[in-house]
Design a protein around this ligand. Structure first.
Ligand code: GDD
Ligand code: MN
Length: 357
């Protein structure tokens, strides 16, 4: 009798020979007890330790598919490769090293069905969950990364553990969604881009790694920061570009004044102009890269108008606040002026320069 697959469990592996058999036995036991029809999709990047061979041998006894890729291509892209092959109505993503207890899968599934959540995260940061025996630095890094995502990404704001590598989702959450295969954090991509209404979190205790070692290194951390920034709303990117522009502006003035002895009025003017040019360039190739319509020169001229308008708004706001007596202090007035100028420049850039609604 052939039953349809209900849950496809995607397990990326790199050097997990000592873990993969135990994992699959435990999955089989846990899902068998709940009569859940499943498949495991192991995506191995040609692990030198021969993980793929062991996984293939297991497929005579268990419903296991093995995908072997050439070269170590990264965790997220491995997961996406698995998604392509998955037949189940639900997908589970989990690590091979038993830090994610497979016994939790039926519970994740139950939550999805009973509470109609399209995404269910196995979470370390809801009551009952815990990151386990982590070093202080790793805990701090995990928390820091979590807050960064929650502050910068609106759809992640209410999620307690967006860094989790263990979660279940309905397959149609990914329908028509283009996910970025870079990096370590596939759940962030799913949360930022997927089609879902409700996210649930189910507590669990992150286990000790049984064998082998973690692949999370400095490169993954730097990638992560770029990843979150890339997923963040346009105004965040615009603000980052503005910050870079300020640094450019100050550097140019320092260079002209102290290296080339240029007089202040000229140095200041060149500083302003170069920073407007660099802001334009970065916003054009990054912040608004998807809406470059018509002539670039025309956009550049309009961007000068919008930047000038930002400065006028800043100046007027600052003076209005100060002289009306609403704010009694100069730096505070100026600061609020800067914020208002930023908003004006951003809205004009968006609507008028890059013509988005
Ligand atoms: N195919 C493939 N290719 N698999 C990989 C690669 C790769 O380049 N890099 C890592 N893996 C596999 C590992 O073999 C393991 O099964 C899983 O991906 C997670 O890798 P670990 O090295 O164990 O990661 P970790 O324990 O430091 O971090 C995990 O837990 C974090 C906290 O929940 C990951 O799941 C993170 O995504 C998660 O944030
Ligand atoms: Mn791990």
């Amino acid at each position: 009798m052939h039953r349809e697959v209900e849950i496809s469990i995607i397990v990326p592996t790199y050097n997990e020979r000592d873990n993969i058999a135990v994992l699959i036995e435990r999955i089989d036991k846990a899902l068998g007890q709940h009569r859940l029809n499943y498949e495991v999709i192991v995506v191995d990047d040609s692990s030198p330790d021969g993980t793929a061979v062991i996984a293939k041998n297991l497929s005579s006894k268990y419903p296991v598919k093995v995908i072997v890729r050439e070269g170590k291509k990264g965790l997220s892209s491995a997961v996406l490769e698995g998604v392509k092959e998955a037949e189940g109505r639900f997908l589970v993503v989990m690590d091979a090293d038993l830090q994610h207890p497979p016994e939790l899968i039926p519970r994740l599934y139950q939550r999805a069905v009973e509470d109609s959540c399209e995404v269910v995260i196995a979470s370390r940061y809801v009551p009952g969950g815990s990151p386990g025996q982590w070093s202080f630095t790793r805990k701090l890094m995990s928390k820091g990364a979590t807050y960064m995502a929650r502050i910068l990404l609106p759809r992640v704001r209410h999620v307690k553990d967006p860094m989790s590598g263990f979660f279940l989702l309905r397959k149609d959450v990914l329908e028509g969604v283009k996910l970025n295969p870079r990096g370590f954090k596939i759940l962030l991509e799913v949360l930022a881009k997927g089609n879902y209404r409700k996210v649930c979190e189910e507590p669990y205790v992150f286990g000790e790694r049984l064998r082998g070692e973690s692949k999370l290194g400095a490169k993954e951390i730097v990638d992560y920061i770029f990843h979150v920034v890339e997923l963040s709303p346009r105004w965040v990117k615009f603000a980052i570009v503005g910050g870079v522009g300020t640094a450019v502006n100050l550097s140019i003035v320092a260079l002209l004044r102290y290296l080339l002895n240029v007089v202040h009025v000229i140095a200041a003017a060149i500083g302003v102009e170069v920073s407007v040019l660099s802001n334009f360039y970065l916003n054009d190739i990054w912040t608004f890269k998807d809406s470059r319509k018509g002539s670039g020169l025309y956009r550049l001229v309009k961007f000068h108008v919008s930047s000038a308008a930002g400065i006028v708004v800043q100046y007027l706001t600052s003076n209005a606040l100060f002289y009306s007596g609403i704010v009694h202090e100069s730096v505070t007035s100026q600061f609020i002026g800067i914020l208002m100028g930023f908003v004006a420049n951003y809205l004009l850039s968006k609507r008028y320069v890059w013509r988005l609604s």
